[in-house]
Ligand binder design. Structure first.
Ligand SMILES: [Zn+2]
Length: 309
């Protein structure tokens, strides 16, 4: 499990120059662009470098080509105080996070395709599936859709800001935040990798959720790392797993197993062609069940067996 060190290395007097921080912002922009997390001029990121001083990306420029001179400085109300380019129109989203979370020093907003696919589909990212996602992201919530750039974008995320570090923006993208710029970027990578793993696992055929004891062990480990886990605030009593996506996969896989042909769908195999498990179940269930019903039952039982091993 990779656990990166802080990117912001202090110089001899314990402080990092503003120019150095601007270079770090450009470096993060290049990595966001290289990973394909933003197309065209999409996305924006910011770094709180003082009580009332925030470094942010300008509007209308690819995050892959930023140079330090392109960056803007705004105050906590979003008023631009320096920089020759116009600040991002989505700075109000960043400011809402900085105001609600004084510990946060970096905010990255992007449209990584796999995580954004969940935001577009209106499907929450499931929990209790993948250790990296549990430890580094926790429960990722989806904020209600508002028009990008609108002042309400900041309000839409407020219900989730205190207890999370990564939020999906419905039909839009992702916002990640952290006391450290590099860590906020890692969260962006992790949330998109997690969404990609889920989509690939769906294609493979099924998803095995972590069980209660595996989750407890994992979250205890997370706390030992010194990471905040709001789901353990009441001793873990309120810990529930979001398995909506897992149910969707199960329902879809249950109806699969048929091959597309030029004339439609291949017929369901005859009982004689079925697996020993299908035949055994076929012999047990009453006649009124169709072969499709039996196929679904076989899949459900197989999933349960796989989940318990
Ligand atoms: Zn956006």
């Amino acid at each position: 499990m990779a656990y990166g060190s802080s990117y912001t290395s202090a110089n001899g007097n314990g402080r990092v120059s503003e120019f150095k921080l601007k270079e770090q912002m450009c470096d993060i922009g290049r990595r966001i662009w290289q990973k394909g997390f933003c197309a065209g001029n999409d996305g924006n990121h910011s770094y709180r470098i003082g009580e009332n001083r925030i470094l942010c990306t300008p509007t209308g420029i690819s995050k892959g080509n930023l140079v330090p001179e392109d960056l803007c400085v705004v105050d906590m109300e979003g008023k631009q105080v320096s920089g020759k380019r116009k600040r991002t129109s989505e700075i109000l989203l960043h400011l809402a996070i900085y105001k609600a979370r004084p510990d946060v020093k970096a905010v990255i907003h992007s449209h990584p395709p796999h995580a954004t696919a969940f935001a577009v589909a209106g499907v929450e990212l499931p929990t209790c599936i993948h250790p990296e996602a549990e430890v580094f992201l926790g429960a990722v919530k989806t904020a209600k859709y508002v028009t990008p750039g609108d002042t309400r974008l900041g309000e839409s995320i407020l219900p989730y800001v205190k207890d999370s570090n990564t939020i999906l923006l419905q039909s839009h993208g992702v916002v990640c935040f952290h006391p450290d710029l590099e860590q906020a970027y890692y969260q962006l990578e992790i949330v998109d990798a997690y969404a990609r793993i889920l989509l690939l696992a769906k294609q493979v055929g099924s998803i095995r959720p972590l069980d209660a004891s595996e989750m407890k062990e994992l979250l205890d480990l997370k706390v030992r790392f010194g990471l905040k886990e709001p789901r353990l605030d009441d001793g873990g009593k309120g810990l529930t797993c979001n398995t909506d996506f897992v149910s969707r996969v199960r329902a879809e896989v249950g109806g699969k197993g048929r091959m597309a042909t030029p004339s439609g769908t291949a017929p369901v195999p005859k009982v004689g062609d079925a697996s020993p498990l299908s035949k055994a179940i076929g012999a047990m269930v009453p006649n009124q069940y169709s072969e499709d019903d039996i196929e679904q039952l076989v899949q459900t039982i197989t999933d349960q067996i796989m989940a318990s091993v």
